[in-house]
Design a protein. Structure first.
Length: 152
């Protein structure tokens, strides 16, 4: 048995995944969905489903019956983002992007933050995943009890 103080470093306890919408200036943020994934592979699977759902919420498919037919007008050319890709299209493409999935898996396995963002003229849409860390245990002598904390 080792002698002297023992330090237990932080450990990973799954991966926290979330869908967030925020204003471009960062003044407001809304958590749309969150999930604690037990593995990177399950985190990517959850993110695939959320990307499709996100896309349908941002821009429902024309064939879906979410509004009366006469109320919808096609978007004018030039109103999409500067890169020519609107957020809904970016999120519809994400589930099939194997290279992006590999990047996400690598980041999660390395214990890093993974983020996929798309923006429009007013909002930032984000899928992200990061490790959930349990706190480190401060150095202590295994033969001694940790000090009592008084709540009075």
């Amino acid at each position: 048995m080792p002698s002297g103080p023992v330090f237990v470093p932080p450990s990973r306890d799954g991966i926290w995944c979330e869908c967030v919408i925020s204003t471009l200036d960062g003044s407001r943020e809304w958590l749309i969905a969150g999930y604690r994934a037990p593995s990177p592979r399950l985190a990517v699977r959850w993110m695939e489903r959320q990307a499709r759902h996100f896309a349908d919420c941002i821009d429902p498919a024309p064939e879906s019956r979410w509004a009366p037919p006469a109320i919808l007008d096609p978007i004018a050319v030039g109103l999409v983002g500067e890169d020519g890709c609107d957020p809904a299209t970016a999120f519809r493409m994400w589930p099939g992007d194997i290279a992006e999935h590999d990047q996400a898996l690598k980041a999660m396995r390395d214990g890093s933050l993974y983020t996929f963002c798309a923006v429009d003229s007013e909002l930032r849409y984000r899928l992200s995943a990061r490790p959930i860390l349990t706190p480190a245990v401060p150095p202590h002598d295994p033969g001694q009890c940790l000090p009592q904390v008084s709540l009075a």
